[in-house]
Design a protein around this ligand. Structure first.
Ligand code: F3S
Ligand code: F3S
Length: 105
């Protein structure tokens, strides 16, 4: 799967959403989250993020490794909705993301 990390927090550019062929990038309060079971690893989202927040799971920089878990656990009580569009904004964050400082401009 691909993972959204720190640079997205409080930025939420959302260019990634338009690129995803399976609509598996979900919007939380401060960040977006990629559904690990729905992502088909097409990689289309990664180059369009203007702040380079998206990484293939094996390439997440060391200091941001916890975002792998945060992206996955965000869906613990959502299951696999099969598409982000109908859900729209999900007004919460994974606790790890909720506690992060905002991204410096
Ligand atoms: Fe976030 Fe980048 Fe997408 S800032 S919303 S991961 S385009
Ligand atoms: Fe979608 Fe990016 Fe995965 S475009 S399928 S979230 S690699």
């Amino acid at each position: 799967t691909y993972v959204i990390a720190q640079p997205c927090v409080d930025v939420k550019d959302k260019a990634c959403i338009d690129e995803c062929p399976v609509d598996c990038i979900y919007e939380g309060r401060r960040s977006l989250y990629i559904h690990p079971d729905e992502c088909v690893d097409c990689g289309a989202c990664e180059p369009v993020c203007p702040v380079e927040a998206i990484f293939y799971e094996d390439d997440v920089p060391g200091e941001w490794r916890d975002y792998y878990k945060a992206n996955a656990e965000f869906f613990d009580d959502l299951g696999s909705p099969g598409g982000a569009g109908p859900l729209g904004l999900i007004v919460r964050d994974h606790p790890f993301v909720a506690g992060r400082p905002g991204t410096e401009a």
